[in-house]
Ligand binder design. Structure first.
Ligand SMILES: [Zn+2]
Length: 144
């Protein structure tokens, strides 16, 4: 299953300066082991069409928009999952240091780790590849 989340956000046409809307999507492709990002802009004034895509670095602020527009997701691991294995996957996938990986592990255990659905699905894939039972799921919308 490929997972995708996209949002639109206002921008400016780099050619003519008119207000134009960007559409950005965060994607996890079928069988992929990394997220990718693409965005496009269609200028209503001059007709310029731009497409940009990249790795997993979302443009600033867009991740927040995705979380707001699509809701928050998390990755859940089974209670029998070994912390050492989960931490190893988290460290490798999120490039965390030893201190922060412990707090992320605690969040995952409590079910309070927040990410986008494509991110959660990718983490769950990596966990399962490491032999940990894991699922990506939507977080109940509890505003904090
Ligand atoms: Zn334009």
């Amino acid at each position: 299953m490929s997972t995708r989340a996209y949002v639109t956000y206002p921008g400016t046409c780099p050619d003519c300066g008119a207000d134009a809307e960007w559409r950005g999507a965060q994607l996890l492709l079928d069988g992929a082991d990394a997220l990718c990002w693409d965005s496009d802009l269609q200028c209503p004034a001059c007709g310029l069409a731009l497409t940009a895509c990249g790795g997993d670095e979302l443009p600033l602020g867009v991740r927040e928009l995705l979380l707001t527009a699509h809701g928050r997701a998390t990755v859940r691991v089974g209670p029998e999952a070994r912390s050492a294995v989960v931490m190893r996957v988290l460290r490798a996938s999120l490039t965390l240091d030893l201190v922060s990986v412990r707090s992320v592990l605690a969040e995952v255990r409590r079910g309070t780790y927040v990410c986008t659905l494509p991110e959660a699905e990718l983490l769950a894939r990596w966990m399962r590849a490491a032999g940990v039972e894991a699922v990506a799921e939507w977080l109940a919308d509890v505003r904090t």
